[in-house]
Design a protein around this ligand. Structure first.
Ligand SMILES: [Zn+2]
Length: 119
């Protein structure tokens, strides 16, 4: 079976399957040819684990034969103290200009289905 990290990614993958199933039902389609995901680098997703659990998650679902494409969005934050916008790789990164730890995350926590090609 899967370890803890993989269990997290498995639940993420199952959530994505659910979204795809809803679309298929709504559009009265048969299956998904391609699924494009947008995942932020700060979303807490282990991409290797997601790849690893994916086949098990999509087995016997509308996504079983779908090609999976992942767009990774880079983390971006705006410093609360000096308004500098900067790239962040980790949630605990501080402002490169004034070293403040207070920031608003602008981008990088998203996890969404960006596009689906259905037949
Ligand atoms: Zn700053």
């Amino acid at each position: 079976m899967f370890n803890n990290i993989e269990m997290h990614e498995l639940s993420v993958a199952l959530g994505i399957v659910k979204i795809a199933e809803n679309v298929i039902e709504k559009e009265k389609a048969k299956s998904v040819e391609l699924i494009e995901l947008e995942i932020g680098s700060l979303a807490g997703i282990e991409f290797e684990s997601l790849d690893f659990v994916w086949p098990a998650a999509v087995k016997n679902t509308v996504l079983e034969r779908a090609i999976k494409k992942i767009n990774i969005t880079k983390g971006k934050a705006k410093c609360v103290d000096c308004d500098t916008v900067f790239n962040i790789n980790h949630l605990y990164d501080s402002c490169p200009n004034c070293k403040s730890n207070f920031k608003g995350i602008l981008q990088g926590k998203e996890l969404r289905v960006k596009a689906l090609e259905i037949v």
